[in-house]
Write a protein that binds this ligand. Structure first.
Ligand SMILES: Cc1cc2nc3c(=O)[nH]c(=O)nc-3n(C[C@H](O)[C@H](O)[C@H](O)COP(=O)(O)OP(=O)(O)OC[C@H]3O[C@@H](n4cnc5c(N)ncnc54)[C@H](O)[C@@H]3O)c2cc1C
Length: 388
C-alpha cells in the first residue's frame, strides 16, 4: 500500500530510486520482528546489520568507505524515511552513525577520518554527538563544559546530557569551552573514546520511546592534543554545520513515521465496519484521511527540497532545513494523532504500530533544535532577506 510515487519527483535521480528499492526489500526481511526490551543490545545489533547491509556507507565520504564524495542528503533522507517507516530504533541507529561522525567527515584530519570513518561505515564503531548540557540545550553557546590546556593536551570537566547512544557509543564527538572568547566563539570540538579515564557514561535517561540515552560526566579527563577536531575555537560553527546536514533528515524520519501512520489508518478505515459501512465510507473519516495525505505530501516536498538544494545547488540550506524539520515533525504528530483516532481503543493499545508511532514522534519536535528554535532560524533568514 505504501505510496512510492514520490520517487519519480525531480528531486531524485536513478541512484536514489535504486537505493529506495533495495532498502525496502532489506527492511522487509531484516526489520520484520518487533524488537525486544533490551534497547542497548538491539541498537548494537542494528548498527552491525545496517553496516553489513552497506547502508552506513551513506554516512561517510567515499574516500573513507562511503558511497558519495560528500554526504548526499537526499540519500540520508530517503534512508531515514524508509527505516522510520519500519522501525524507529533502526532509524535512530542509522541517524546517530551519521550525526555522531558528521563533524569528523566535515572537519577531521586525515588521520582522524582514517581512524573512525571506515569503522562507522562498517558498523564496527558506534558514534555519538555530545553537545547538550543541563544548562544549555536550545542555547548552545551557554555551554560550560571546559577543556583547559594541560601540558601538551587538555583536561576536561563538566556534564553533557541527553546524549543519544550514551553508554553504548565507542566514541563521542564532544563540544567544550576552550576559552578563546565568551559565548559561541570559545568552543572547540574533540573526539573522545569511550572508556577514557575520567569519563562516566553510566547514568541513563529513560524516555517516552526507549533508546540509548545518557548523561556524560567528565572529571579531569585527559585528552591528547590530537583529539582536537578541526580548528580550535570553531566548535560552535562546526556543530551548527553538522546539524545543518542532519536537520533535514530529522524531517525525513518524521515523514517516514507519518507515512506509516497513514498506511495503517487507511487499511484500518477500509476494513473496520461501523454503523453498516466501513469507516472509509464515512465522510468525516475521509476528511481526516485527506488532511493526512496533504500533510504527508507537503512535508515530503519541503524535506526533499531542502536535501536537493544542498546536494545539487551546493547551497547552505539553513532556512529550508528549518522549514522542513518544523513542518514535517509538527504535521507528523498531527497525522499520527489522527491515525490513533481512526484506530479507536486499539490505537492506544501497547504493541499496535500507531501507539508506538505516537510515542516515537514526540522527541523529534525537541531535539536538533526545538520547533521554536526553527521558527527563529526561519524568521531571521526571512527578515535578513527583507532588509537587504
Ligand atoms: C530523545 C532525545 C535525544 C537527544 N539526543 C541528543 C544528542 O545525541 N546529542 C545532544 O547533544 N543533544 C541531544 N538531545 C538534546 C536536545 O538537543 C535538547 O533537548 C534540545 O536542544 C532542547 O534543549 P532543552 O531540552 O535544554 O530545552 P530548553 O532549551 O530548556 O527549551 C525548552 C523549550 O523552551 C522553548 N524555547 C527554548 N529556547 C527558546 C527560544 N529562544 N525561543 C523560544 N522558545 C524557546 C522550546 O519550546 C523548547 O522546547 C536529545 C534530546 C532528546 C529529547
Amino acid at each position: 500500500m505504501a505510496d512510492k510515487s514520490f520517487l519519480d519527483w525531480p528531486f531524485f535521480d536513478n541512484s536514489h530510486r535504486e537505493l529506495a528499492e533495495e532498502l525496502e526489500s532489506w527492511c522487509e526481511s531484516e526489520l520484520k520482528a518487533p524488537h525486544g526490551e533490551d534497547v542497548d543490545a538491539e541498537c548494537r545489533s542494528l548498527v552491525k546489520r545496517l553496516g553489513a547491509g552497506g547502508w552506513l556507507r551513506y554516512c561517510v565520504p567515499s574516500a573513507y568507505g562511503g558511497v558519495h564524495e560528500a554526504l548526499d542528503v537526499r540519500s540520508l533522507a530517503l534512508i531515514r524515511e524508509m527505516l522510520a517507516r519500519h522501525s524507529g530504533l533502526a532509524d535512530f541507529a542509522f541517524a546517530m552513525q551519521g550525526l555522531g561522525s558528521g563533524t569528523i567527515s566535515m572537519f577531521g584530519s586525515k588521520a582522524q577520518k582514517e581512524s573512525y570513518l571506515p569503522a562507522v561505515a562498517k558498523g564496527e564503531k558506534i558514534a555519538a554527538f555530545a553537545l547538550t548540557e543541563p544548562g544549555s540545550g536550545s542555547d548552545v553557546a551557554a555551554m560550560e563544559t571546559e577543556a583547559a590546556e594541560a601540558g601538551d593536551g587538555y583536561r576536561v570537566s563538566g556534564l553533557k546530557t541527553y546524549i543519544s547512544n550514551g553508554g553504548i557509543a565507542d566514541f563521542y564527538v564532544l563540544f567544550a569551552r576552550t576559552g578563546e572568547a565568551p559565548g559561541a566563539r570559545g568552543v572547540s570540538a574533540f573526539i573522545v573514546d569511550a572508556g577514557s579515564a575520567g569519563l562516566d557514561d553510566s547514568e541513563r535517561i529513560r524516555v517516552i520511546a526507549p533508546h540509548p540515552l545518557a548523561t556524560l560526566r567528565f572529571t579531569d579527563m585527559r585528552l591528547p592534543a590530537h583529539a582536537l577536531l578541526g580548528e580550535r575555537g570553531r566548535g560552535f560553527a562546526q556543530a551548527m554545520a553538522t546539524l545543518d546536514v542532519f536537520r533535514t533528515t530529522v524531517g525525513a524520519a518524521a515523514l517516514g513515521f507519518a507515512r506509516r501512520a497513514l498506511d495503517e489508518a487507511t487499511h484500518r478505515a477500509l476494513t473496520r465496519r461501523s454503523m453498516g459501512a466501513t469507516l472509509a465510507d464515512n465522510a468525516i473519516v475521509q476528511a481526516m484521511l485527506a488532511e493526512m495525505v496533504l500533510d504527508v505530501d507537503a512535508s515530503a516536498l519541503l524535506v526533499y527540497r531542502a536535501a536537493w538544494l544542498r546536494d545539487v545547488k551546493g547551497q547552505r540550506n539553513s532556512r529550508e532545513a528549518a522549514l522542513a524539520k518544523l513542518h514535517a515533525t509538527d504535521r507528523a504528530q498531527a497525522v499520527i494523532d489522527k491515525a490513533v483516532q481512526i484506530f479507536g481503543g486499539l490505537g492506544v493499545t501497547h504493541g499496535v504500530p500507531v501507539e508506538s508511532l505516537y510515542r516515537e514522534i514526540r522527541a523529534l519536535r525537541i531535539y536538533e533544535g526545538a520547533s521554536e528554535v526553527q521558527k527563529i532560524v526561519i524568521a531571521r533568514n526571512h527578515l535578513a532577506e527583507a532588509r537587504r
